[in-house]
Design a binder for this molecule. Sequence first.
Ligand SMILES: [Zn+2]
Length: 406
Amino acid sequence: MTKLGRTIKLRLYPDTNQADQFLAMSHEYQRLANLVSQWIFDHEFQLSWLKINHHLYKILRQGSPLNSQMVQSVFRTVVARYKTVQEQMKQHPYRYENEENKWIQVSKDLSWLVKPIQFHRPQADLVRQSNYSFVDKIRQISITTLGKRTKLGFTDKGFEKYFTGNWKLGTAKLVHNQGKWFLHIGITKGVPDFDQQGKPQIVGIDRGLRFLATTFDSEKRTLFFDGQKILRKRKKFLETRRQLQSKGTRSAKKKLKQLAQRENRWMTDVNHRLAKTLVVIYGSHTLFVLEDLTNVTFNTDDLPKALRNSHRSWSFFQLESFLTYKAQAIQSAVLKVSPAFTSQRCPKCGLVEKTNRHHETHEYWCQQCQYRCNDDRLGAINIEMLGRDWLSGIKHPKIKKLTTAG
Ligand SMILES: [Zn+2]
C-alpha cells in the first residue's frame, strides 16, 4: 500500500463576529505555541508528547480559554515543527577546515539552536471531529472557537472530488490571508503499490531547456515537449524585472515582488500541466525514469545570453515532485538514475564518446557505427535503458565509460 497525501483548501465565509472569534483563537494558539516552544528549548529539547503534556497541560489550561483538544493540538504542532527542523539540521551538517587543512563534518542537532523556534503568525490546527466537522449534509462546517463551536458556509471549488472516493480527512489548518479565511485540510488515502514485477511500461524522460521534456518509451515512441515558448516568456519576465530594478522606487519594489510571485505561479502551472500530460499519456503501470539532477549544471548554449545565469532557477525539481505524486495515485512510479554519460552513449553499439554529440546541430553521430539521432532523443533513449536495467535488478543503474587499452 502507498499512502497518498493531499491538501484541500476550502474558502470559509465567516460573518464579522465569527471572523473575530477565529482571529482571537489563532492569536491564543500562537501565544501557547511560543510558550511550549520556550519550554522545549529550556528542557533539552524533549520532544516527548507525554512529557510535555505532563508538565504543561494543567498550567496552560488554567491560563487559557483554548479547550482541551486545542491545547493538545498546540503540543503536536510545536513538536512536529521541532522534528522538521531537526531533520533539516541533520541534512545540513556543519563543515569546517581544521589546522591540518582537512575538511571536518559535524552533524547538527537541535542543541545548535540559539533560541526557541518562533511562531510568528497567528495560527490554529484543528483536529477532525474534535475541532471541526462537516454538518448539514456537508453544506456547512462547524469549527471550534474560544467560546462555542460555530457553523458557517464554505466553498470547495476544485476540490469536490476529494469528498468522495475514500479520502480520509485529517488535521486542518485555519489560515487567514489578505482578509480571507481558509481551511487547509490534510487528507490521505491508501492505494495499491506500483508493481515492478508485472512488466510495466518504461518511459525515459530527458529534461532540458530547448525541450522541457523529451520522452522515449518501451514501444520506441518519442515525444518532444517544446520549451521555446517558455524561454521567450522567461526572457520577457527578465526584461520587466530589469526595468523595475533600474527604477528603484518603492512602487517599483512592490511591483517586483508581485512579478516574482506571478512568475512563480506561472512556473508551477507549467510543471503541473507537464506532469499531468505525462501521466495522462502513459497512464497507470508506468515507470517514469528521470535523471537525478542534484549537482548537475545544464548546457546553456541555447539560451539567450540574459538567461544563462538564471537557468538554475528553473524548477526541474518541481516537475519531479509533481510527477511523483501524480504517478503514485495511479500505480505508476518515478525512478531517478545517474545522469552520467546519458548524452554520450550510442544506443546501437554502446560507445561512450563525448565528441559524438554536436551541440550546434543538436545531433548525435556515432563515429564507430554511424548511428545518428537528435541529441535530446538520445538522452531519453539512454535513460529508458537505465530504467530497464533497474527493473532487471540492478539497484543503481549507471552508464560506465569503458576505456579501451592502447
Ligand atoms: Zn555507435
